[in-house]
Design a binder for this molecule. Structure first.
Ligand code: PLP
Length: 396
């Protein structure tokens, strides 16, 4: 049997060989607790400090801007809840985009239960924030605006500099969920315009279970109150023994990703464009992600008259992609990201996202195109509505 082609790098990535090699000594030999005051501890502490400097230098930020977390979900919780509870009831309003990651939406649901006021800002048909609507939604008690910088389903990038201008003119803080941007596009605008941002290593060929929060060190960048208490690590901002091997692995992954960013962007966007153009040759196919201001590795296409979950099942043993639906306990619902763009639920459910990565080859892309084209055609051949639509067009 042919191996399954992996086209779901936005979900997660494999660890690079160099990353695994960099981590290995810290699991067994150099196992010390970085908080311990003896040689083993000092060695671990030094290794973490070096890794932090590597991340900071690679991304042109400061060591102190980095707070380690278990991943982006924790980072989101840390920033949203941490800031909310710090306000002592003074600023109780937040704005989040309606296409935000579930971690943001679920946090906001929790904060609403605790009496915070949340505005869910609509996005346009491309998934972009309307600056006029953002300006209208800002209030004197708006504490934070949370933006999904790089959309995990469509790859669209938000215009952060204009958003930042509006948010800061209102004396509010800007949080960017830049999880999908790390290692795929430049982060200059994220660090320039956001007060906080979150990242995760497993999206960038690093290990799972480690990430970090960026905290801007200027007058806008509020100190984050301790959210996980215990031990006083990371200046009291996040207690708990630091995970030396995972931090080392993440630093290596970020360094390698940035080193190859330009070359890899060119390579991968050419492959993505080839696949996207091919998929759009399928009768009636519609792209949900357009323009150049988007991640170079992501495409999202809808196929009318196709049942998305059946399509995914048909593809499952051949190519790993994700679709435009989300499974809840008792039902399958269209993706809230596509719905927020005004895409009707039937069409959203008939969508697939392909996200390409480091190991993607042009041969895999050609095979993927063939496999998806055949699967869509088979689905439609079994769909009476497709037949009827066709005969109607032929008669006119
Ligand atoms: N935010 C975005 C945009 C994501 O794509 C993800 C991962 O799917 C997350 C947050 C959560 O990341 P983690 O798996 O590190 O908790």
């Amino acid at each position: 049997m042919r191996p399954v082609i992996y086209m779901d790098y936005n979900a997660t990535t494999p660890c690079r060989k160099e990353v695994v090699e960099a981590m290995l000594p810290y699991f067994e030999h150099d196992f010390g607790n970085p908080s311990s005051d003896h040689a083993h501890g000092w060695m671990a502490k030094d290794a973490i400090e070096e890794a932090t400097t590597t991340i900071a230098n690679t991304l042109h930020i400061q060591d102190n801007d980095i707070i380690y977390t278990s991943g982006a979900t924790e980072g989101i919780n840390m920033v949203l809840k941490g800031l909310a509870f710090e306000t002592n009831g003074k600023k109780r309003h937040m704005i989040v985009t309606s296409n935000a990651h579930k971690a943001v939406l679920d946090c906001c649901g929790y904060l609403e239960e605790k009496g915070f006021d949340i505005t869910y800002l609509p996005v346009d048909s491309q998934g972009l924030v309307s600056l006029t609507e953002l300006e209208a939604a800002l209030r004197s008690d708006t504490l934070l605006v949370s933006i999904l910088y790089a959309n995990n389903e469509t790859g669209m990038l938000q215009p952060l500099s204009k958003i930042g201008e509006l948010v800061h003119a209102n004396n509010s803080l800007l949080f960017s969920d830049a999880t999908q941007a790390l290692g795929k596009v430049s982060l200059t605008s994220v660090f320039e315009h956001s007060d906080f941002a979150c990242f995760s290593a497993h999206k960038v060929y690093g290990p799972k279970g480690i990430g970090w929060v960026y905290r801007k060190p200027n007058e806008n960048g509020k100190a984050l109150p301790g959210f996980i208490h215990g031990g006083g690590q990371q200046n009291g901002q996040r207690g708990g023994t630091l995970n030396t091997p995972l931090i080392i692995g993440m630093a290596k992954a970020i360094f390698l990703a940035q080193e190859n960013l330009e070359r890899e962007t060119k390579r991968i966007s050419a492959l993505r464009d080839f696949l996207e153009e091919g998929l759009l040759q399928i009768d009636q196919a519609i792209s949900n992600s357009t323009g150049t201001h988007r991640l170079p590795n992501t495409l999202n296409v809808s196929f009318p008259f196709v049942d998305g979950s059946k399509l995914l099942t048909a593809l499952g043993l051949k190519v790993a992609v994700s679709n435009g639906s989300a499974c809840k306990a008792t039902s399958v619902a269209p993706s809230h990201v596509l719905s927020s763009m005004g895409i009707p639920s039937g069409l959203a459910m008939a969508s697939i996202r392909c996200s390409l990565g480091l190991s993607t080859t042009s041969e895999e892309v050609k095979q993927t195109l063939d496999i998806i084209t055949t699967a869509v055609e088979r689905q439609r051949a079994d769909n009476i509505l497709w037949e009827q639509r066709y005969s109607k067009t032929e008669q006119t």
